[in-house]
Design a protein around this ligand. Sequence first.
Ligand SMILES: NC(=O)c1ccc[n+]([C@@H]2O[C@H](COP(=O)([O-])OP(=O)(O)OC[C@H]3O[C@@H](n4cnc5c(N)ncnc54)[C@H](O)[C@@H]3O)[C@@H](O)[C@H]2O)c1
Ligand SMILES: O=P(O)(O)OC[C@H]1O[C@H](O[C@H]2[C@H](O)[C@@H](O)[C@@H](O)O[C@@H]2CO)[C@H](O)[C@@H](O)[C@@H]1O
Ligand SMILES: [Mn+2]
Length: 449
Amino acid sequence: MKKQNLVVVGGGSTYTIGMIMSLVAEKEQFPLKSITFYDTNAERQEKIAKASEIILREKYPELESFNYTTNKKEALTDADFVFVQIRTGGLAMREQDEQIPLRYGAVGQETCGPGGMAYGLRSIGDMIDLVNDIRHYSPEAWILNYTNPAAIVAEALRREFPEDKKLLNICDMPAAIMVSYAGILGKDVFDLVPEYFGLNHFGWFTRILDKDGKDHTDTIKRAITEDGFIPEDAEIANDPSWIKTFKQVEQMVTDFPEYLPNTYLQYYLYPSQMVDKEEPDNTRARQVINGREKRVHTLADQIIADDTTENVELEVDIHGRYMIRVAASMAYNNGDIFIVMVENNGTIANLPDDVMVEVPSVITNRGPKPFAVGHISTFYKGLIEGQLAYEKLVVDAYYENSYEKALQALTLNRTVIDAPRARKILDDMIEANKDYWPALYASKKAQTV
Ligand SMILES: NC(=O)c1ccc[n+]([C@@H]2O[C@H](COP(=O)([O-])OP(=O)(O)OC[C@H]3O[C@@H](n4cnc5c(N)ncnc54)[C@H](O)[C@@H]3O)[C@@H](O)[C@H]2O)c1
Ligand SMILES: O=P(O)(O)OC[C@H]1O[C@H](O[C@H]2[C@H](O)[C@@H](O)[C@@H](O)O[C@@H]2CO)[C@H](O)[C@@H](O)[C@@H]1O
Ligand SMILES: [Mn+2]
């Protein structure tokens, strides 16, 4: 097996140490020659990199080199794979994305509704620059992007790089949900075969099979409604916020029993309940700053101080394993099936061709080949079309510098609905994002009314 040169963009991320542990756990499936971190924030990256260096020295001695840098050329030259995990504006801006909508009684969430729009308008420019840079220095590298809001980023990259066949957008949420299904069934998550359709953070499992073709969907639905649903992946199993989110799946399956929902549908199907549950001074960003970020930095500090991993507990989670299994299937033409984002082109027969959908696909060295979904019925089609229109309008607003498109996007979104409320949220978000967003202008027609 050819050993790969991997670059991680956003080396300072809170997910990097987990990713390193997953690369160690998956070294037989995805053997590496080198790992390079790239980040724009030298200090944030250095702490994570120094700890990673020690982990790799002890657990991946066969790795030929490990480097970290803030120099794009140095980082991106001769890459085989580039994993992209950046957060434009950091967790501080995530907190704004979550708090501003809550002021007006709307869902405050980083990838759903107004928060998703704000984060999207910040991320698109950086992501376009990065893909251009990667293509300049490593034209043949596979790019796996999981930077959020993945739906909006994927739509912008689809428009910007229509011919790029080696750029794949992915999300770990369906896999993390499947870890819990695997727990119910007493199976390994990678032995389950999902049937699924939708958009990123907006989809449904229609069936869950095993590799022998046995259908376990009804067993899972029954277990969820009778015994409850809990997160089982190590990273989220003990997190109160994720426990609440998985609990909400019980209500979704009771109200809409036809399919098994992505957890993110809670924000669109129960927006009032979601707003009522929030504490504006302790939204998810604050919980992550005081939780995962602190935990990861304390862990890194201890590894660096001890110069060994002997005194710490390091876990492997589905996030890293999922990304790596997808990468391995591309590198070694494995033909494994994973849920990823692809341009629709008839996969969901009654949706437009030129939209990004999230569906199971066979992953080979030619990229993803999605399975046909066929026609979807009215409830799902209606929900998806509204969400797609919102996503497209956000990307239009970016390219056209259009205030009206942004206002239309928010008004259309199920988490907002009301135009005056959409305008208030948008105006506050413009102010909060003045260092990040493109300028948005009202059209001449609107200015003269
Ligand atoms: N798609 C998924 O399912 C999924 C799952 C987990 C995380 N994520 C995403 O991964 C990203 C990282 O999340 P996090 O919570 O660890 O954030 P984080 O802020 O801890 O890490 C992001 C890192 O990227 C760096 N960065 C920002 N802009 C950059 C740029 N232009 N070039 C290079 N580096 C840059 C930052 O300095 C930071 O070190 C986010 O976008 C998050 O939403 C996605
Ligand atoms: O609120 P956060 O920052 O804890 O999580 C936001 C992400 O949630 C989903 O992903 C993962 C999670 O990041 C990971 O640790 C894994 O183990 O479980 C989650 C799924 O339950 C989501 O898919 C991402 O897009 C978000 O960034
Ligand atoms: Mn996701």
